[in-house]
Design a protein around this ligand. Structure first.
Ligand code: ATP
Ligand code: MG
Length: 418
């Protein structure tokens, strides 16, 4: 994409009403637009990051054999009443409204109830199981505090997956494989080293649920990590009994702030019992389905990446989710320089390299500052000097070293996946 055509602009002005680093940088770099507190729109570069994260997640969910769907945002009150989750006393983030005919509806903050109710139409016998479905959806939650930028939205993108199993053992197998898939996802996104499987409070069926917590001061949770075992315990469940049960020693745990990027939950047969969703087992008996549910906060994840990697010059994207791999900074307007930069742009695109091309007639300092602010992994300068040298000036976003490279070298380096 040519920056001369990109409708968004970067801004030097720090948004006055924004206290979180992630939103501040994303707004300044033109990745998101703040509509109101906790409500953000995703602009072309921001959307590319979201889509890249979704691509990584989708790959792993499909590998589990899960099938992608999109459920509705408008939800039926009766369904949630059956499971005791309609009341504001039990779920305090509901947005609710009325249809013209007076029917009360809720806006989807999660989807266990409608998905389980939908599944009843397709599952009759044990032969139809196990199955799982997932979606990327904009969830709506009436959060009290929305001070963490895109890490806590009143409207945000979640990937939620729902697994239906015949019994507790089958559920556990699936639970473990989704858990491994989650660790792969966080590694691919670039936060693997600072993300921990964390024991958190469970529900009626299990003592614990599991969270995936990424260590960052911008996080709202406190967790205790065993660095050798690479697991953590959420403060909310930390006590001597739990430590003993998990084989952890209090003096070996490190207390840190963390952000919950994912949460997996075993509902057992509770939901299906409440909703009356059954299957017929091998012996012809009616049994309730076993449900497990798995969330990843897609846009929160994006915010966490910003918090972890950005520096005083701006955003820093891991290659796997960057809005582009390369930014070409063309310095100078001579016919030779323009031709060399245009050629490079065409060739990179032809090789399938996502590229931003700063073809604007602005000062070099401004181009460099913008390339840094946007956080593009590789900057290539094309100028009169590089044209006469027959090489390009290449710099990584994470380094200060400028090296001279041919196009072949650049393409070779780009092909190496880190
Ligand atoms: P939290 O404890 O942070 O309020 P939660 O436990 O209510 O989150 P879940 O219902 O488990 O969240 O949702 C699945 C995932 O969605 C979470 O792990 C988190 O990554 C993300 N998420 C939850 N709430 C928000 C929000 N308000 N804004 C952005 N992402 C969110
Ligand atoms: Mg949670």
């Amino acid at each position: 994409m040519r920056l001369s055509q990109l409708f968004t602009k970067t801004s030097k002005t720090i948004p006055a009403d924004e206290t979180s680093k992630n939103a501040r940088l994303l707004i300044q770099a033109g990745f998101v637009h703040k509509e109101m507190a906790g409500v953000y729109a995703y602009l072309p570069l921001g959307l590319r990051v979201v889509e890249n994260i979704k691509r990584i997640i989708r790959q792993e969910m499909n590998a589990l054999g899960s099938q992608e769907i999109i459920m509705t945002s408008l939800q039926r009150k009766e369904l949630w009443e059956k499971t005791g989750r309609w009341d504001d006393a039990s779920v305090d983030v509901w947005f609710k409204s009325q249809l013209k005919n007076g029917t009360t509806v809720g806006f989807g903050w999660s989807h266990e109830e409608p998905i389980t109710d939908m599944i009843r139409n397709y599952v009759n016998s044990y032969r139809d199981l196990p199955i799982s479905v997932y979606q990327f959806q904009t969830k709506l939650r009436n959060e009290v505090r929305a001070k963490s930028g895109i890490m806590r939205g009143r409207e945000f993108v979640m990937k939620d997956l729902y697994g239906y199993s015949r019994n507790a053992e089958e559920l556990q197998d699936f639970y473990d494989s989704v858990s491994s898939a989650y660790l792969k996802i966080f590694k691919k996104v670039g936060i693997g080293d600072s993300t921990y499987l964390t024991f958190a409070s469970g529900g009626a069926f299990t003592q614990f649920s599991h969270e995936f917590q990424t260590v960052t001061d911008s996080g709202e949770d406190t967790i205790y990590i065993d660095l050798d075992k690479k697991i953590a315990v959420n403060q909310e469940v930390l006590n001597d009994d739990v430590l003993k049960q998990l084989g952890l020693a209090r003096d070996k745990l490190k207390e840190v702030k963390a952000a919950e990027v994912g949460n997996i939950f075993n509902f057992g047969s509770a939901k299906a019992e409440q909703l009356g969703v059954n299957f017929t087992d091998e012996d012809g008996n009616e049994k309730p389905l076993f449900l497990s549910s798995y969330g990843i906060g897609v846009t929160r994840l994006m915010g966490v990446v910003v918090e972890l990697f950005s520096d005083e010059r701006g955003l820093v994207w891991p290659k796997s989710i960057a809005p582009a791999q390369v930014i070409i900074d063309r310095l100078g307007e001579s016919a030779g320089t323009i031709k060399a930069a245009d050629d490079l742009y065409d060739k990179l695109l032809k090789h399938g390299v996502e590229t931003l091309y700063d073809d604007r007639d602005v000062r070099p300092g401004e181009k460099f500052a913008d390339a840094d602010l946007m956080g593009i992994p590789l900057r290539i300068v094309v100028s009169e000097k590089t044209v006469s040298a027959g090489h390009f000036e290449v710099k990584k976003r994470t380094s200060t070293e400028v090296i001279m490279q041919s196009l072949d070298d650049i393409l070779k380096d780009l092909a190496v996946t880190e």
